[in-house]
Ligand binder design. Structure first.
Ligand code: SAM
Length: 195
């Protein structure tokens, strides 16, 4: 089911579909323009079952864009299932309820498409957020990370994610990396950590 998907984010979405269930709580660690948030909400909720998306971004602009997309795409009842936070994703544990069955934490690293390219995810806070995600994902759940390497700081962040993955316990986690091998300058690796 991976082939036929040209964009890394579409590949990630396909994998989420096989893991996330209706009624789950999921986390969009980098909501940006809101496309991932919307896709996640459609995975956790339908007319009869409610799931929740906790979505984070340090840019108010990004949250406004996400909100607009949700308003255009959803009725107001469904929109309320998305909780938006203008805080760093490393603080996710401060706002996600401790008893929530978090089955997915998704990261889409880098800068906001169409926004300020200087505002990027940074290795130090990405690492803190990955550690938080590792603590809160339930067994059977997934941490998904799409990494862009073309901008300054991108390669360093990739190394941070790879080092983090290499340190995950073999008993508790399966850690995989997918990459577009015929795009050597822009492989857009996707990391999938299944608990
Ligand atoms: N998932 C988004 C979408 O579907 O449109 C795209 C995300 S974009 C590649 C990365 C986003 O991460 C940017 O909007 C940026 O503001 C945000 N970001 C950067 N550092 C962050 C942090 N420490 N915590 C949360 N979000 C952060």
């Amino acid at each position: 089911y991976l082939f036929g998907k040209k964009r890394a984010t579409d590949v990630a979405h396909m994998v989420w579909k096989h893991i996330v269930q209706k009624g789950d709580t999921v986390i969009d660690a980098t909501c940006g323009n809101g496309f991932d948030t919307l896709a996640m909400l459609n995975l956790v909720s339908d007319d009869s079952r409610k799931g929740y998306v906790y979505a984070f971004d340090i840019q108010k602009d990004a949250l406004d864009k996400t909100l607009l997309l949700l308003e255009e795409s959803l009725d107001s009842n469904k929109k309320q299932l998305v909780k938006l936070f203008n805080i760093c994703h490393s603080k996710m544990e401060e706002v996600v309820p401790t008893n929530a069955p978090v089955r997915l934490v998704a990261f889409n690293l880098g800068y906001l498409p169409g926004g300020d390219k200087e505002i990027i995810t940074r290795s130090e806070t990405t690492l803190l957020a990955l550690e938080a995600a590792k603590r809160i994902v339930i067994p059977g759940g997934l941490i998904s990370i799409v990494v862009y390497v073309g901008h300054p700081g991108g390669r360093e962040e990739l190394e941070t994610v790879e080092t983090f993955a290499a340190g995950m316990s073999v008993e508790d986690w399966i850690c995989c990396k997918l990459g577009m091998l015929n795009r050597p300058n822009s492989p857009i690796p996707i990391f999938l950590f299944r608990r």
